[in-house]
Design a protein around this ligand. Structure first.
Ligand code: FE2
Ligand code: FE2
Length: 300
């Protein structure tokens, strides 16, 4: 009988994630083992499997999100917060095809055609997603182009920079970890999340194109499944770097969430109005704009 696959990756100085093909995952602290006796101190070299690879990837995500403010993790959405999230969604989508193509070219140079082909396919699939966010903003009566040209939410900037940096590295495998992080989080959104947003929108307005496609209802679920299969097929060194980058991207994303979520609706409204240079076209919330209500959802 073939032996079941076990994979492990060291994430921080002290923490490794260990995952089995059966789906079991645990976090291992090296400080709890005697020096020289830690079996997971040596990087893994064996083959991957979908069951253990997803355990590592999701373990890395969970570890990265430990620092997110729990009380703010799933706030009630507000229309102002949703508009900020759509602007963020535009910025995290607009350069994705070009960035992935650049990483693909590098893998062609490195004679890794299977990685290049995977990235090229992803670049194709992601093409046009920025336009979904623009259409949603337009549907809400906003000057979409002006808004995204003049405004990038503070919490989103480091995330965009991270992806840009990863895709121009000499060995840009980390971009797969970054993409996994964003897509996996998006795929957690359910029909009820979409319905909540629809209920906030003015009658007859469809402003959930981006959200639907980047949720458990859209293509994101397949993207996540395909990525897991692909990562599992890669050599151990690549899997290690992808899992480590998933963690780093999750840390950056969690920090961005905290930053945006701590803003009041009034602060967000002010930022949006400054960007478009005019008052927004209708009352955005049933709450007073100077109220204490918080509630951006940074990734639409
Ligand atoms: Fe997308
Ligand atoms: Fe996607």
């Amino acid at each position: 009988m073939a032996r079941s696959v076990t994979e492990w990756v060291t994430i921080t100085d002290d923490i490794s994630i260990i995952a089995r093909e059966s789906g079991e995952v645990w976090f291992h602290t090296s400080s709890g083992t005697k020096e020289g006796l830690d079996p997971f101190a040596t990087p893994m070299t064996g083959v991957g499997s979908a069951g253990s690879t997803v355990g590592l990837l999701d373990g890395a995500l969970n570890l990265g999100f430990v620092g997110i403010e729990k009380r703010l993790a799933r706030p009630d959405p507000t229309l102002v917060g949703y508009i900020v999230a759509l602007v963020g969604a535009y910025h995290t989508s607009v350069d994705t095809p070009r960035n992935l193509q650049r990483a693909a070219s590098r893998f062609n140079e490195l004679r890794r055609p299977e990685v290049a082909a995977y990235l090229e396919e992803r670049a194709c699939e992601e093409t046009g997603h920025d336009r979904l966010a623009l259409k949603d903003l337009r549907a809400l009566g906003l000057s979409a182009e002006r808004l995204v040209a003049n405004f990038i939410p503070e919490g989103i900037k480091p995330l965009c920079k991270r992806f840009d940096d990863l895709c121009v590295q000499d060995y840009p495998i980390g971009c797969i970890g970054y993409s996994y992080c964003l897509e996996r989080i998006a795929a957690l959104k359910q029909r009820t999340d979409v319905e909540k947003v629809q209920a906030m929108c003015p009658d007859g307005v469809d402003a959930t194109r981006f959200l639907r496609s980047h949720s458990g209802l859209g293509s994101e679920v397949t993207h996540v499944e395909e990525t897991i299969e692909f990562v599992a097929s890669l050599p151990a060194n690549d899997r290690i770097r992808i899992v480590q980058e998933t963690y780093e991207s999750a840390l950056i994303m969690a920090e961005g969430y905290n930053h945006e979520l701590l803003k009041s609706e009034a602060e967000m409204l002010e930022e949006l109005q400054q960007a478009v240079g005019e008052a927004l076209p209708y009352r955005l919330s049933s709450h007073p704009s100077h109220g204490e209500k918080r509630g951006a959802r940074p990734a639409a």
